[in-house]
Design a protein around this ligand. Sequence first.
Ligand code: URA
Length: 225
Amino acid sequence: MSSSTPAASQDISIPPSVITLRRTAQLEALYTIIRDKTTSRGDFLFYSDRIIRLLVEEGLNHLPVVKKTIQTPTGATYEGLGFEGKICGVSILRAGEAMEAGLREVCRSVRIGKILIQRDEETTQPKLFYSKLPPDISKRYVLLLDPMLATGGSAMKAVEVIMEHGVPEERIIFINLISSPEGLQTFCKKYPALRVITGWIDDGLNEKAYIIPGLGDFGERRYCS
Ligand code: URA
């Protein structure tokens, strides 16, 4: 059985480039724990890491493969598949850093870049403050990591920066734990060829741009007790 569901099959109108994790009872139980305001920091770390691992695994399902024939120790020939192309992760600081370990667990010695985007107080627009990307990023598939897709402003700025470094849109996969429907619409309208892997699509945003029901501030819950 597939581990993911095209989000378009859910009750909301979501762009076809969005893929959600399959809504199993286990997944719902994991989300219930991390959304619960009484969950301890230790449990938040443990269970959000479990979801991140599922998301990263799903992200890897969307990378290209080529036919590969190998010999097994029994002397038999096995016609299988091999990954094609190199990958790297790019985390949007600071919350995205929480997803790096999950990526390293499944991709040994993966290169990881970082981008810091903050609101420009004068223009109120997202502004790039810092970026450090692998020098050969233009030749890689990029897994963009940020746990919460709220308005989409930071993620769109991060994609702009990555594309300026020569990575085409279709080679970027954005992975997040929770998305707002409006953030997804805005993001996917701007980057229709970019795939988004999200664990859950919530109801919407409140007046402070928090996702509802959401889980509050991901960075606070992850890094502060
Ligand atoms: N970032 C968060 O951490 N939480 C939200 O609800 C929205 C953005």
